[in-house]
Design a protein around this ligand. Structure first.
Ligand code: FAD
Length: 353
């Protein structure tokens, strides 16, 4: 079988890349084994303009934030699902220093950090002693709706193979690749953490980061906002369900959920929430993070028929669609990929195979 592009992985990156290539009239086959612990199936979907305790402005925010809204809205319209919602963050200050830091950020005129005038609005739901502020706009991408919806479309069209990709079966030539019965002009790896062992890309400075989250039922908690106080509480599409997380762990034994995370998260929830909740699930995954916190996008400097869209780290929901579009425009129209993201910056490292 001949195809223009063979894509490995249907997380957020593989979904958007296959969607864009197909929209441009290219033929695509996607191979995905739907690992339940892949980060695209564990993520909260938050797309925020500032990040961390110090409210640092996110890399490329002015391009990436509006692009995410547009990209998810378009994909959602094509799939007939709600793909993105605006859910601003109510940031409850855990101590006076964090409150001070937030207020100072407002004074600098930051366009994403705002006072929250109704300080008593959440008194019935949360314990908080030091007030709250608002981060806006913040979006949530509904990966739990988009990924299965796109999967069912490509499955019906016979573009999807629900199986494990075995790299030992891959043969690479300068202008095409062969994999079992498939011949493609290019293969693009969107396989997340699996790329850490990929012989073509394993020299890249990946820095896997483990993240855990709980799914909780919290009846009666309004779902208009994301709530933050050390933890994040993110409303999910299903009524009364919230995503609670997450951890960021650089040293770990394996990717499975830990009792320590569950205990500490439940303790924090108990002291923060005034209303009852019930834990339904505990999820865990490895984020495909990178040492420089920048993605890997483009084709291999030595093997032009092999490409990559990976290294999205903690920001796959916003960077995934943006760089899927850049990669599409690069492959089809030879348009440039952002320098900080282009995998060609590792030409030397990738030459040492
Ligand atoms: C707890 C947690 C919370 C997060 N929250 C957010 C958030 O709120 N906002 C945000 O922007 N990001 C968040 N992230 C990060 C985000 O999830 C990732 O950046 C993003 O999902 C990476 O997507 P991807 O498509 O590159 O990889 P993946 O999601 O890993 O997808 C790769 C796909 O490839 C498939 N695959 C791999 N190897 C093979 C093979 N050999 N054969 C066949 N199929 C294969 C897998 O099954 C999978 O479906 C979070 C991550 C975690 C762990």
């Amino acid at each position: 079988m001949n195809t223009d592009y063979l894509i490995i992985g249907q997380g957020v990156c593989g979904t958007f890349l296959s969607y864009y290539l197909q929209k441009e009239g290219k033929s695509v086959i996607v191979i995905d084994d739907a690992k339940p612990d892949s980060p695209s199936r564990v993520a909260a979907g938050i797309i925020n303009p500032v990040t961390g305790r110090r409210l640092v402005t996110v890399w490329m925010v002015d391009e990436v934030l509006p692009y995410a809204w547009k990209a998810y809205s378009e994909l959602g319209a094509d799939l007939s699902v709600q793909a993105i919602s605006q859910k601003n963050i109510i940031d409850f200050f855990p101590n006076p220093f964090m409150r001070e830091g937030f207020l100072q950020k407002i004074e600098t005129g930051d366009k994403y950090v705002h006072p929250y005038p109704e300080q008593n609005h959440f008194n019935n739901y949360f314990n908080f002693e030091f007030g709250c502020g608002e981060i806006r706009p913040v979006y949530t991408a509904h990966l739990e709706s988009i990924i299965p919806a796109w999967r069912s479309i490509i499955a019906k069209a016979d573009f999807l193979r629900e199986e494990h990709f075995d790299i030992s079966q891959l043969q690479v030539e300068p202008d095409k690749i062969h994999y079992r019965d498939i011949t493609a002009s290019k293969i693009i790896f969107c396989d997340g953490a699996a790329s850490f062992d990929n012989p073509y890309f394993k020299q890249l400075p990946f820095a896997p980061n483990k993240g855990e989250a709980l799914i909780a039922e919290i009846p009666g908690l309004p779902d208009h906002n994301i709530y933050k106080k050390s933890l994040l509480l993110v409303p999910l599409a299903e009524k009364d369900l919230f995503w609670v997380g997450a951890s960021y762990v650089w040293k770990f034994d394996d990717a499975s959920p830990t009792q320590a995370f569950r205990d500490s998260t439940e303790n924090s929830l108990k002291s923060w929430l005034k209303i009852p909740y019930r834990i339904l699930e505990h999820r865990s995954a490895l984020r495909p993070a990178t040492l420089e916190r920048r993605p890997f996008v483009g084709t291999h400097p030595q093997f032009p028929s092999v490409g990559i869209l990976n290294g999205m780290g903690t920001k796959g929901c916003s960077l995934g669609p943006y760089f899927a579009k850049q990669l599409t425009d690069y492959l089809l129209y030879d348009l440039p990929i952002a320098k900080d993201a282009d995998v060609k910056r590792f030409e030397k490292v990738l030459s040492r195979r």
